[in-house]
Design a protein around this ligand. Structure first.
Ligand code: ADP
Ligand code: 5GP
Length: 189
């Protein structure tokens, strides 16, 4: 079967389970799809590796990259910058690989404008209480950051209807199965 390289936008509120779903997804799919490693100014969490989870950069470095027009999109989220490396995305698509962007809503909306052919997927929680439970249960943010992320989540959830697909992350296995189904449907000619 032939493959069609696609840009795939994967968005959802913090704590919904995006990272958990993607870790499983990338174990189960072929190498015709790659994960776009973002740049961020936030500090690494325990276990996060520079160049694997993110490129962790200073605010100055990030702002230099903005001036150099290095980003396909970027946004400020919860007091930090996050951005997608344009060159990486274009190179991979040109090589015939699909690229998955795990990005928040403002960035997703920018990419939808610039690349209307992108496939857009929104991950939602079973309910807001469960989202808060997961975000708190991760023990990776302080209270102030958790509250900012929950505020952002309310706005993000009201924009879910702008995406082609919505996946409810009830159980991880079902969510990953659904993501794989969408990936195959969208990339096989
Ligand atoms: P995100 O990347 O969207 O911020 P994470 O993948 O870090 O979210 O998940 C947040 C927390 O929720 C983690 O502790 C993770 O183990 C847990 N989690 C993820 N998916 C589920 C699920 N379907 N049911 C219960 N807990 C989940
Ligand atoms: P976290 O700090 O939890 O890793 O990420 C916070 C939010 O930023 C998540 O919603 C994540 O999807 C998003 N994010 C990660 N990388 C990027 C990026 O390159 N651009 C944008 N706009 N958001 C990103």
């Amino acid at each position: 079967m032939n493959n069609k390289a696609k840009l795939i936008i994967f968005t959802g509120p913090s704590g919904v389970g995006k990272g958990t779903i993607l870790a499983d997804f990338f174990k189960r799919v072929d190498n015709n799809i790659v994960y776009s490693i973002s740049n961020t100014t936030r500090n690494p969490r325990d276990g996060e590796i520079n160049g694997m989870h993110y490129f962790f950069v200073s605010k100055n470095e990030f702002e230099k990259m903005i001036k150099e027009d290095s980003f396909l999109e970027y946004a400020q989220y919860s007091d930090n910058y996050y951005g997608t490396n344009k060159k990486f995305v274009d190179e991979k698509i040109n090589e015939g690989k699909s690229v998955l962007l795990e990005i928040e809503l403002q960035g997703a909306l920018q990419v939808m404008e610039k690349r209307p052919d992108a496939v857009t997927i929104f991950i939602k929680p079973p309910n807001f209480k469960e989202l808060e439970k997961r975000l708190r249960g991760r023990h990776s943010e302080d209270e102030e950051t958790i509250l900012k992320r929950l505020e952002a989540a309310k706005i993000e959830l009201t924009n879910a209807n702008k995406f082609h697909y919505t996946i409810e992350n009830d159980t991880v296995d079902k969510a990953v199965d659904e993501l794989i189904r969408i990936y195959h449907k969208e990339t096989n000619l």
